[in-house]
Design a protein around this ligand. Structure first.
Ligand code: 2HA
Ligand code: ZN
Length: 271
């Protein structure tokens, strides 16, 4: 059995959490990540028959039975993952009942997965139903995206349109746009279900005045989606109090989307 601390997925989790912490998107215990792993890969590092303990999830995830995820821990700080992955991360498998998590590794201080597990696993189910290659869900509190929530409408067409206008590449990176939920109480099944519903349509979902969810095939892709929204939001926040002299026109965004061959939300442009 190989040493799990050398596993590529642990390295990826250490690097992404440290990076996001340094970007200021995950203050204190803010943010959480879930990453579906291949059983055969995990089996190189862990005895898959050795369940350390079981933890109820509080909801049924039928289509995820037997699936394995590495998930950040509740109350844990992204800042600390790099120095102590075994306390701040856990590897869980969804048991045959669909509602119990079997802990295979981690949460070494007796902890458990993020309080946002419903939003994560429900989002995995929703994304997998439209993209069988989806593996990653990331939630964080990116500063400018959050700032924009307070000064811009939370209408998803208007919000997406403004972001698309702020960087030439936005419409190419997230042609499917950004879903937006109003402010809601977090950490429960209700917000999980609302997020998952949006995830059937969008890979990015803003939680009004809280943060953002992103989903993708890899950590890089998912991070890149959030990073691009955050960059656009930053440009918006830097310019929204000034007279707008120039803008990327809707016809130009259409030209971009067509040149790069992406399927985009035509109804989010005013053509
Ligand atoms: O757990 O970001 O939404 C930390 C959070 C909750
Ligand atoms: Zn949050």
């Amino acid at each position: 059995m190989k040493n799990i601390l050398t596993a590529p997925f642990i390295t990826e989790m250490k690097e992404i959490t440290a990076n996001m912490y340094r970007l200021g998107w995950d203050e204190r215990n803010g943010g959480n990540i879930s990453y579906m792993l291949d059983e055969s890969v995990v089996g190189e590092y862990l005895d898959l028959n050795n369940v350390i303990r079981t933890i109820p999830t509080g909801f049924v995830a039928k289509s995820l039975i037997g699936k394995i995820f590495i998930v950040t821990g509740t109350g844990k700080y992204f800042r600390n993952v790099q120095s102590d992955p075994e306390t701040n991360l856990g590897i869980i498998r969804i048991a045959q009942d669909g509602t119990t998590a079997e802990l295979l590794w981690g949460y070494a201080d007796g902890g458990k997965f993020t309080s946002e597990l419903p939003a994560h696993l429900m989002s995995h189910m929703a994304r997998l139903s439209v993209d069988p290659e989806n593996r990653v869900v990331i939630h964080c509190h990116p500063t400018h995206t959050l700032a924009m929530n307070f000064v811009h409408t939370l209408d998803e067409k208007e919000f997406t349109h403004t972001l698309w206008e702020m960087c030439t590449e936005c419409i190419v990176v997230f042609p499917d746009g950004v879903g937006v939920l109003p402010w809601m109480l977090c950490g429960n099944n209700t917000i999980g279900e609302a997020t998952a519903k949006k995830m059937e349509e969008f890979r990015l979902v803003v939680w009004g005045m809280h943060g953002i969810y992103g989903a993708g095939k890899t950590i890089d892709e998912t991070f890149g989606l959030i990073e691009t929204v955050e960059k656009a939001a930053q440009i918006y926040m830097l310019t929204c109090n000034m007279p707008r002299i120039n803008t990327i026109k809707d016809s130009e965004m259409q030209e971009l989307a067509e040149a790069f061959g992406v399927t985009y939300r035509k109804d989010f442009l005013n053509l």
